[in-house]
Ligand binder design. Structure first.
Ligand SMILES: Nc1ncnc2c1ncn2[C@@H]1O[C@H](COP(=O)(O)OP(=O)(O)O)[C@@H](O)[C@H]1O
Ligand SMILES: [Mg+2]
Length: 267
């Protein structure tokens, strides 16, 4: 890997009270890849992402995004990133178009090209036809695609998605993933995505990191990780091998509650 990585984290840590949410994490994301950060509720995925996107200052360790140090060049880094948070960010009482327009202004998309750019991203996520309907009339899958359009309107080099398919049915989930893959193919954008669904990561990610209790337990292509375990192994099996049989029951009430709230609002 000689080219500059899209993201480089070294010795990253973050504590909340007694919980070490992120524990001395090293991570490199290659330009142009779809990188999956996997793990159960409470693993530390969102905390990691919030530090990379500059929303949380890292108390220990360093982060570079396309070579720019997050602590020293926070605004420059923000301009490089499009972010779809785990909690919904769409304003229900605005239309789809107005929601994207808001982000276009927020991110200083130049006035002259703003209208065109908003139309472009709405078409890119398949919402051109319904752009003037209120967001509250959208299905869960449409809302996630609208959030994707918001994140993309500033033409970021790194797209960061936190559990983009939580609460969606399999058809809507595939649809969101196909948009992400199309965008990556068209623009060469780097994608960092978190999920707790091993199977979708297996199908969609170039490389994955298995995160548990703030640490990366394994990292590689899905095939490499499965291969380590032998014939017929799934990523779920790999995860269990690294974490014991804890996949189903880790995470605090708080984590589960927050995941459920998002799911409810999308369904
Ligand atoms: N703002 C916060 N205050 C207190 N604890 C938090 C906060 N954010 C995260 N945590 C805790 O840090 C750990 C990691 O959380 P998080 O990064 O949200 O995990 P994930 O996204 O993998 O579900 C969990 O134990 C969670 O309860
Ligand atoms: Mg999370």
């Amino acid at each position: 890997m000689s080219a500059m990585p899209a993201v480089r984290c070294t010795g990253l840590s973050r504590r909340f009270g007694d919980t070490l949410a992120v524990d001395n994490l090293d991570l490199e994301i290659v330009q142009g890849e779809i990188f999956g950060l996997l793990g159960p509720n409470g693993a530390g995925k969102t905390t990691t992402i919030r530090m990379i996107t500059t929303l949380l200052p890292p108390p220990r360790g360093t982060i570079e995004v396309f070579g720019a140090d997050v602590a020293a060049r926070r605004m420059a880094v923000r301009r490089l990133i499009g972010y779809v948070p785990q909690q919904l960010s769409v304003e229900a009482t605005l239309t789809g178009r107005e929601n994207v327009w808001l982000f276009a202004k927020l991110y200083d998309v130049p006035r002259l090209t703003r209208v065109r750019r908003v139309n472009e991203v709405l078409a890119g996520v398949g919402l051109a036809e319904v752009a003037d309907r209120l967001a509250k009339t959208y299905s869960g899958g449409m809302i996630r695609r609208l959030e994707l359009a918001q994140a993309l309107v500033s033409t970021p080099r790194l797209l960061v998605l936190d559990e983009p398919t939580v609460g969606l049915d399999p058809v809507a989930r595939d649809d969101v993933w196909e948009r992400i893959e199309q965008i990556r193919a068209d623009s060469g954008m780097t994608v960092l995505v978190t999920t707790h669904l091993m199977q979708e990561a297996d199908e969609r990610c170039d490389r994955v990191a298995l995160m548990h209790r703030g640490r990366i337990q394994a990292l590689g292509t899905p095939a490499q990780l499965r291969g380590n375990l032998g014939d017929g192994a799934t990523l779920d099996d790999v995860f269990r091998a690294y974490t014991g049989d804890e996949l189903a029951d880790t995470g605090s009430i708080r984590d589960v509650r927050s995941a459920r709230r998002t799911a409810r609002r999308l369904s």
